[in-house]
Every structure is written in C-alpha cells, then in structure tokens.
Design a binder for this molecule. Structure first.
Ligand code: AMP
Length: 398
C-alpha cells in the first residue's frame, strides 16, 4: 500500500509518497508560498529529476490538487490513478491530552484537534486545513493523524506539571507537552534495534538537535521527560528560540524596550537562540562553526551556550532515570555536526563515554560513535519522521 505523508504548515506543504510494505520512498516534494504571490512546487519522483514549477496556489486545496496531479501525471507521475494511494498520514503538531497515539481521522477527531488550536495557534489550524483539503479531494481514502505530542504523553505528573497554581492545569491544561515526538520515538526504537536490546530494558536520552531542538528521556519504553513545554519555546537554546529563561525577563524587557508581551515573545521565538547570542550573525550551525574556527567571539559565545545547555539537560535526565545506557544524536545538527557531538561528549566522561574520532567524523548515517570500552553508548541516528508517520498510518489502516 502507498501512503501519502503530508506535513502542512501555514503557507507550505511537504509531502512524501512511501510504499508501506517495502518502506521505499516513491516521490517527495514541497509546495511553498501557498496563498502568497509567487507560489511554487518542487516535485521529485524517485530516480527521476527534480522539477521546480511556479504554480498558482491560492489555498491548500489548490496545493493538494497540484500534488495529486503531479503524483498521477502521465509523464512524471508515479501512480496510474489516485486509487493507488491507500491512505494519507498527516503530521499534527498538538494533540493536547486527547491523543496519546496516532488515530484514524473522523469528524470527532477533527473537533478534538480543533480544541487544541489554542495550544498551537500557528500550527494546528494549518494542519486542519491540510486534512480538510485532502478529505475534499480524496473522500474515500482513510486519513490518519500522527501527533508531535503523543509520544510524550507517558510523562509522569511530576515531570509535566509546572510549579504554578494547579487550577491553571485543571482549567486551561497548562502543562508540559513536548514536541518532535515522532522523531524521539523513531530514534529511540531504532537505537534499541541497533544495539540488539529490548526497547523496554533501556534508559535512553535522545537529542533532537535541529533548528528547533529538544531532548527526551526514555526509560523502559516510555518517555519520562522532555525539554519542550506547553509550546516549542522551552528547553534548549535553539536556532532562533531562546529556550529556558526566567519568566520575569518578559516584563522586564517590555518595560526597557517599550514593547508588548506579544512583541517580546516574537523576539524570544525569532531573534533569540544562537542567532541572538551571535549578535544576529547566523542561526545556522554551518556558519557558526566557521566563525568558531575563525576565532570570532559571537560564534564562540553562541556555540558554547548551545553546547552547555545540551550538557546540562543530559545531566538532568541521567539523574531523573538514575543512569543512562545510550545517548542518541539526531536531526540536522545531531546528524551532521561532529564538532557539537564531540564537545557535548567531552563533558560526559563521568558516564564512562569515550568518542571514536573516526566514527564521529561520519555524517548522515547510523553510526556508533562511542568507543568499544564506553560504559554508555553514543549513537548517531538520522531521523525519518515521514517514514515513522507512514508506518503509524499503515498500522492503523491495513
Ligand atoms: P533541521 O532543522 O533538522 O533541518 O536542522 C538545521 C540545522 O542543521 C542547521 O543549523 C544546519 O546548520 C544544520 N545542518 C544541516 N545540514 C548540515 C550539514 N551537512 N553539516 C552541518 N550542519 C548541518
């Protein structure tokens, strides 16, 4: 069965068509600037050449229509008819407390996702628009929702509650939810497979280090803590997001800069993190690494801040689980940046970790980078959220 995986943002839509049995990627692509002048679609069938086309996409339904046309196109298509798409898997950012697992989408589920809009106002409405567009164009094809928050729903109360009046949780569901759950789940399962160990027997720390970054602690097959919170702003220092800070800073800065809370939150989301620490130099770790190696203070400051926060969370999660068997690195930085991995691990000698420099120099592949003697194993595992979504979807519709 072929599964269409859709990741729908407010003005963009990423898609992959995956054969569920062979797990082969059949085609993938991206629609950009949906609803904005100058929209374009990129489409890449497996083995064929990448096609970039300027196309008018006034809304998401138009974008999905173009995706379906491309997939079934006589010349560049990969299916003869849309009947060859057995199901659609949708990435959904926030499932609140309603979804601890993926689910087949019906009207009741749509309503429950809508009820979470408050918790992810930038993402959930866009996800819903994508689902509605697909349901309109493929009314008989089953749709599955796969939630970024679901994997973290196993966290115990002591990890997900904030130290604020309990009624804020009761009345408004203010709590830690965590994100990147599909990636944390995929990588932790893969780590157990690669080590030839039972998933339920391990204590694992997964470092998903991309432009958005989060860490999770997975003990005996369950997520027990994660660094992102009610929103993806909490936790690590990220590309442009601040991560943890004293909440009193917000009022303080509003006063000093004569800005509203909304404006300061915008700064914390878009102008902070390593971009802010490097005085606006870059949010991209390729640039920062060059700056660091060139002895430039802004890049050194930003890289050191980022590494320190990762080290701090690993220490906290080791304490939470009373030990750790394996640490995994994934996502853009975790998979590709050997310098960051080495620097983080240099602070983990207390866990009996030694790094094999030759293995650590590899990028973008599954590799054990800790030495044979290491007490705690360290793995690099490229994440594959689309494949994970396709697997979840197939499991529910087959
Ligand atoms: P993501 O959000 O997972 O796409 O990750 C984006 C981050 O990964 C950026 O900071 C990039 O600098 C970093 N990254 C992506 N590819 C590479 C690469 N080939 N080498 C080093 N860093 C990379």
């Amino acid at each position: 069965m072929n599964i269409l995986v859709i990741n729908c943002g407010s003005s963009s839509l990423k898609f992959q068509l995956i054969n569920a049995q062979s797990e082969e990627l059949i085609a993938k692509g991206l629609c950009e600037r949906i609803g904005i002048p100058g929209s374009q679609m990129t489409y890449a069938p497996k083995g064929g050449e990448k096609i970039e086309k300027a196309e008018d996409m006034p809304d998401h339904t138009a974008a999905i229509r173009l995706v379906l046309n491309a997939l079934s196109d006589e010349k560049h298509g990969v299916v003869k008819s849309l009947d060859e798409i057995g199901a659609v898997g949708h990435r959904i950012v926030h499932g609140g407390e309603s979804f601890a697992a993926s689910t087949v989408i019906n009207d009741e589920v749509m309503k429950a996702i809508e009820d979470c809009n408050d918790l992810a106002p930038l993402h959930n409405p866009a996800n819903l628009i994508g689902i509605n567009a697909c349901r309109k164009l493929m009314p008989d094809t089953p749709m599955v929702g796969v939630f970024d928050t679901a994997f973290h729903q196993t966290m115990p109360e002591r990890a997900y509650l904030y130290g604020i009046p309990y009624r804020y949780y009761e009345d408004y569901k203010v709590r830690r939810y965590g994100f990147h759950g599909t990636s944390h789940s995929y990588v932790s399962h893969r780590a157990a497979e690669l080590l030839g160990r039972e998933y339920e027997d391990l204590k694992m720390i997964v470092c998903h280090l991309g432009n958005g970054a989060s860490i999770s602690a997975v003990q005996n097959g369950k997520c027990v803590d994660t660094s992102m919170g009610l929103t993806p702003l909490e936790g690590l220092i990220m590309g442009t997001r601040s991560g943890d800070l004293d909440p009193a800073i917000i009022e303080f800065l509003c006063g000093k800069e004569e800005k509203t809370v909304h404006e300061i939150l915008n700064v914390l989301n878009k102008e902070s993190g390593v971009l802010g620490l490097s005085e606006g130099y870059s949010s991209d770790f390729r640039d920062l690494e060059k700056g660091y190696n060139g002895g430039e203070a802004p890049s050194i400051r930003a890289m050191n801040g980022f590494i320190y926060r990762v080290v701090k969370y690993i220490g906290a999660y080791t304490a939470v689980m009373n030990g750790v068997d394996v640490i995994c690195f994934t996502a853009g930085i975790g998979e590709n940046n050997s310098f960051i991995r080495k620097e983080v691990c240099a602070h983990l000698a207390y866990l009996g970790i030694g790094i094999d420099e030759e293995e650590n120099a590899k990028r973008g592949e599954e590799v054990l980078i800790s030495t044979k003697e290491s007490r705690t194993k360290v793995l690099v595992i490229p994440t594959n959220e689309e494949l994970a979504i396709a697997r979840e979807t197939f499991a529910l519709v087959k």
